[in-house]
Design a protein around this ligand. Structure first.
Ligand code: ZN
Length: 491
């Protein structure tokens, strides 16, 4: 057994997997949990955890954050592993190399990116590129065109090589290319099924919103799960389903009961955030979602988009600029109840859809705390604090272990079949990774708002990643970069 370097002493230790929930000491050494028990021997670093909960760090399956300030906000929300699985990255090997070179405070991982592979094979754009470039191209019609049989073959082989390089699954921004042939989606799911990894889909439009859609976005995911046997993960059910959440979840529940492998995630906010150039934000299409131009707030200036003319202007000038979009009204109890149902759906995991920060002046990702010119969606900084608050203090509160499970254990399980590292995350037992969270259960809450979006959550006292403090006594440890890559071992 490794020598203990740190002991977290006398906290309420909760392991969502075994149900262990008792006051105990937790010893950490060589990046792992070495021992849990009473009166463990002294270690060089002793931390008093009395009155606090000690548990596994949160595993975020849906984070687009790639800047240091944003990653720190996520760490202060309890996240120890943040993965880019919906947009993904392709070529994935280059993405892992780039992140390893810069270092991260928390663990990271990528799915293969169907959109980026398509941008290369169908639109002819150069491969790779940053998230900002992908966002800038998202509304471009060239990558949304039908693929020729040769292009489809090349696209699939690009994704297959990403899987061979350890991609955690295949991410599909399908809703951003809504006219793509449904048969292509089936082929991609077949590839994922062969490799034994999940797909992560931003669904197409629902038929209630776009009656002439090529296929209903929810039906499609469910059918492909049945048809291919692939594990289909339904990203942010809350935002793509809006007021059809019950219809979508009902469909998913029936398919699950029939044996289809479908998992779901949600974040507890009524607004979304994406590139203002996205096809579904075209002025003539806003009505499909019950939106008007002023439902959008353009992040780089913080302005509410005043008119359709202004929206056209912004889409033209800065298609990759991020905008917050009011989809559900968080002040309306009926909408709030819908959000809660997406969060408490059986098996649903909490996932943030966290976004990179946008600066109204020069970008300053190294500044900490982020200055007043930085903005993001509050979900970046607050998803897990808010979800824990809503799940444990709502009308029908879950127990702490059950709520924690949706933030740590369940997302780890969802990936663990082909990702050995995930079998050691989301749990707190000897041998588990030293990704730990120590929080005050009384004060844990989100504090980020739409107008003050980079306020860190409250109540998070210590966060360790691979046995190294990234948050200590509630503050960021400036130079800590213990994050490691998480990769799949495809068959
Ligand atoms: Zn999405």
């Amino acid at each position: 057994m490794a020598e203990s370097e740190i002991v977290l002493r006398g906290g309420r230790v909760i392991d969502p997997e075994s149900g262990f929930d008792a006051v105990a000491d937790v010893a950490i050494g060589a990046g792992r949990v070495t021992q849990i028990g009473a009166d463990l021997p002294a270690a060089p670093v002793e931390v008093d955890a009395a009155g606090l909960v000690v548990t596994a760090g949160f595993v975020d399956l849906h984070s687009h954050v790639n800047d240091l300030a944003g990653l720190r906000l996520q760490a202060l929300d309890g996240v120890t592993t943040a993965m880019e699985l919906e947009a993904g990255a392709s070529p994935v090997a280059a993405a892992y190399r780039a992140v390893a070179a810069e270092g991260r405070p928390i663990n990271y991982g990528f799915a293969a990116s169907w959109a980026q592979a398509r941008m290369t094979e169908v639109a002819g754009f150069s491969p790779g590129g940053t998230l900002a470039q992908v966002l800038g191209r998202l509304g471009h019609p060239a990558w949304q065109r039908p693929a020729t049989p040769e292009q489809l073959t090349a696209l699939l082989s690009r994704l297959a090589s990403d899987l061979a390089d350890g991609a955690l699954g295949i991410g599909l921004l399908l809703g951003y290319a809504p006219a793509v042939d449904p048969a292509e989606y089936v082929r991609v799911a077949e590839l994922a099924a062969q490799a034994g990894v999940p797909t992560f889909t931003h669904a197409r439009d629902l038929i209630e919103m776009v009656p002439d859609a090529v296929i209903d976005g929810a039906e499609e995911i469910v059918r492909v799960a049945g048809q291919t046997g692939a594990h289909m993960h339904y990203c942010h059910v809350n935002s793509t389903s809006q007021r059809r959440i019950d219809r979508v979840l009902g469909l998913v529940a029936r398919a699950q009961a029939a044996g289809a492998r479908i998992s779901t995630e949600a974040y507890p906010y009524g607004s979304g955030m994406t590139a203002i150039g996205a096809a579904f934000l075209a002025p003539e299409r806003l009505a499909e979602r019950g939106l008007v131009a002023s439902s959008l707030t353009y992040a780089p200036t913080g302005e509410r988009v005043a008119s359709e003319a202004r929206l056209r202007e912004l889409r033209q000038a800065d298609p990759g600029g991020l905008a917050i979009i009011e989809l559900l009204n968080e002040d309306d109890p009926a909408d709030q109840a819908l959000l809660m149902r997406s969060l408490t759906f059986p098996g649903a995991v909490v996932a943030s859809d966290a976004m990179p920060l946008t600066w109204s002046g020069p970008a300053d990702p190294l500044a900490w705390p982020p200055g007043p010119t930085a903005m993001t969606h509050p979900r970046t900084a607050g998803t897990f604090g808010r979800a824990m608050r809503l799940l444990t203090r709502g009308d029908q509160p879950l127990g702490l272990a059950q709520a924690l499970s949706r933030c740590s254990l369940e997302p780890a399980r969802l990936l663990e079949e082909r990702v050995p590292a995930m079998r050691r995350k989301g749990r707190l037992r000897a041998g588990a990774d030293g990704d730990l969270l120590v929080f005050d259960p009384v004060t844990l809450t989100d504090r980020a708002t739409y107008s003050d979006s980079t306020r860190p959550s409250a109540g998070i006292r210590h966060v360790l990643v691979n046995g190294v403090f990234v948050v200590r006594d509630g503050s960021i440890v400036p130079d800590a970069r213990p994050g490691r890559p998480v990769r799949a071992e495809p068959r």
